[in-house]
Design a protein around this ligand. Structure first.
Ligand code: ZN
Ligand code: ZN
Length: 149
């Protein structure tokens, strides 16, 4: 399948309990995998699969809670989730408040046609049991020092 690097999408997703919905209408800015230890903890597995969007293109309906922690870059990363079911919704960096990181799994089958990660970041903590495409470019930390997270 021919996959555009920056597709334009219009998607509505819900958390597991249905209490929160998220609407993303706009251009996908980037798609990547992150195997930093925070993503491993947040997902319970080897990496997070992220869609990078403009925050202005994302609206969230329903009550959420958030958690802030220092990211590897020195920025503060704030992750929002449903307070009832714990589904991760979006994350934002203090260094790039105009951007939002969305977990692609939130969109279910609606993302299957276009999601194509273009890199793995934080490969330094990637685990061998977490098999990913060997052809995917890997960066030990952030891509070329571009610390957006
Ligand atoms: Zn929920
Ligand atoms: Zn990460």
């Amino acid at each position: 399948m021919d996959r555009a690097p920056r597709p334009v999408v219009d998607l509505t997703a819900r958390c597991a309990c249905g209490g929160v919905s998220l609407h993303f209408a706009g251009k996908v800015l980037s798609m990547f995998l992150c195997s930093c230890e925070d993503c491993q903890r947040a997902t319970g597995t080897g990496h997070a699969a992220i869609v990078l969007a403009r925050r202005a293109d994302v609206s969230v309906t329903g009550e959420t809670r958030s958690f802030s922690r220092p990211a590897n870059s020195g920025a503060t990363l704030t992750s929002s989730f449903c307070p009832d079911c714990g589904t991760p919704l979006l994350a934002q960096s203090s260094r790039a408040a105009e951007l939002a990181m969305l977990p692609v799994g939130l969109f279910g089958a609606a993302a299957a046609a276009w999601y194509a990660p273009n890199q793995l970041i934080f490969a330094r903590s990637h685990r061998e049991w977490d098999v990913i495409d060997a052809a995917l470019p890997q960066h030990q930390t952030y891509r070329d020092g571009g610390a957006m997270m």
